[in-house]
Ligand binder design. Structure first.
Ligand SMILES: [Zn+2]
Length: 241
């Protein structure tokens, strides 16, 4: 039997039979995979169970049988435990991992894994508003998936919008619009557009620098998810629902 070692973050799990669990794991090596962990819900196997929780980062030694990946052993590397002790952190982590799962099957683990790893680290150990880390992560995931929004000029006519106080944002056209082209679209402050642009450019280890003013957070919370849901044609925002 060939064994393979996978390192990954548990995006979600489903209980299976009496004692088993099927994990959806975002791995560095293979992107998202389903791993069946046997007997992890037995009371006697507390150590195996620990890595079978959402958000946990662990090592999974797996083998394949009949097209199904089974874990032969697991080891926890990082539980991001403080996330589980704080409601706001937990819902933002859940939101990030939900979107990660949606794009994981098409966009692999090479870039998505470090993004999720850093996001969970800042959620667990940083002092940011969890929604700021969540919005930054979601904006970065949109870019990974090929939906990088245009934010410095009008997506239709090309007019430079960097001197304007407010700009229109179109989820349909994927970016900002000038007054003329953006009639009827949602309007956001130039500050929000600039904050979104900077969050996209920010290197992952610096995500802790994202500290959004309340009104910017509110505007971005709206347009980022409207844009994501329009682009992916499904409900993505589950926080607060
Ligand atoms: Zn225009």
């Amino acid at each position: 039997m060939a064994f393979e070692t996978l390192n990954g973050i548990v995006l979600r799990y489903a209980n299976y039979r009496d004692n088993d669990r099927i994990l959806t794991v975002l791995t560095q090596e293979r992107g998202a995979v389903a791993v069946t962990v046997r007997n992890c819900r037995k009371k006697s196997s507390a150590s195996t169970d620990a890595v079978s929780e959402q958000c946990c980062y662990g090592e999974f030694v797996v083998y394949e049988r009949g097209g199904i990946l089974y874990a032969s052993s697991t080891a926890i590397k990082e539980s991001f435990y403080p996330i589980r002790e704080d409601y706001e952190r937990l819902v933002s982590a859940n939101q990030i991992l939900r979107f990660a799962e949606i794009i994981a099957y098409n966009h692999g683990g090479a870039e998505l894994f470090p993004l999720c790893y850093h996001a969970l680290s800042f959620l667990a150990y940083g002092d940011n508003n969890p929604i700021d880390i969540e919005l930054c992560s979601t904006a970065k995931m949109l870019c990974l998936a090929g939906y990088k929004p245009v934010l410095t000029h009008c997506v239709r006519c090309g007019k430079d919008l960097r001197k304007q106080k407010e700009v229109a944002f179109s989820k349909v056209q994927g970016g900002t619009l000038c007054d003329y082209c953006g009639v009827g679209c949602r309007v956001i402050s130039a500050l929000s557009a600039e904050a979104l642009r900077r969050m996209i450019l920010l290197p992952l280890p610096q995500m802790g620098r994202v500290k959004l003013p309340d009104n910017v957070r509110k505007e971005l919370d709206l347009i980022i998810y409207e844009y994501a849901e329009y682009s992916f044609e499904q409900i993505i925002k589950v926080r607060g629902k």
